[in-house]
Design a protein around this ligand. Sequence first.
Ligand code: SF4
Length: 348
Amino acid sequence: MPPPADLKDLTPAEIEQYCSLTLGLRPGAGSRTAALLYRHRIEDLGSMTSLSRRIREVLTPSCTISRIVVERIEESSDGTRKLLYRLHDGNAVEGVLIPGRDRLTLCISTQVGCASGCLFCLTGGAGLVRNLSHAEIVNQVFAATALAGPDRISNLVLMGTGEPLSNYDRVRRFITTATDHSGLAFSTKRVTISTCGLAPMIERLADDDVPASLAVSLNATTDEVRDRIMPVNKVYPIEQLIGSLRYYAAKSGRTVTIEYVLFKGVNDSLEDAHRLIRLLKDLPSMVNLLLFNPFPGAPFDRPDAESVAVFRDVLVRNKIIVVVRRSRGRDISAACGQLRARQQAAPK
Ligand code: SF4
């Protein structure tokens, strides 16, 4: 007997295929099961009472439905909640629930640790442990929804622990599950993949027509600086990265979000602002300016408000769409990797 299939490891289309081809159920039984699981969030086969008893009798010995545990929650004074999920093998990843005026965004992890080594990120310093499965990514949405309440989470960003495009196939399948009408049914405009800049994979997103928005952490305007703060730049330098974004924007018809974290005295000069304008010329894009959220031992400082305003104004005067993002959850160390690092450092 093959081991039971975890239904959360399958996209809605894969559940339909599994039910009809492997279990011999009638066409449509799998789609209904997927909708009950993903849309109605019923995580127990016995409670799927709108399925016939015969279907449930076939599914029950053949399938499981996994869950993950939220082990710790920290709430910021601004309402941001940081979650620590414990995985079946003892590893942990993080999520963040970020309330906005008209939205509630869940930040999702895609790997345990990360190989990208960004100098401003605690996760990057610890290296990659492993990729998350489709089920482990999906389960973050289920666990966060149980905390936030049904239909409260409006936006998903794949911006937590890990580099999503290094776990490409599972992330692509998760995006299908997240946006399918028999799946989690999020609007494709409300699901965003954030990458540190794996240029060939950005082009693949466009080739595969993955139905999500794209955000890219640029954070520097010269290869010299970007090589230093984001080692991925030594493999895919700025010119190649921007070329891949032009390809993506042309093929997908989507606008790209450029994330630019300002580090005092490193990438926040007027020259940087003007180089950024030149890099983004004719690229359908908008810029999110973020102020570095320092952590103990961080090699960078947060810029002052005045230099941020000057940087922003130069971009605006040159017709770049730019938003200065507030740091959320500063009092709970909501930046990537901080809760997990603290948990690992805590005495047992
Ligand atoms: Fe990895 Fe993202 Fe951290 Fe860079 S910022 S090391 S890509 S988790």
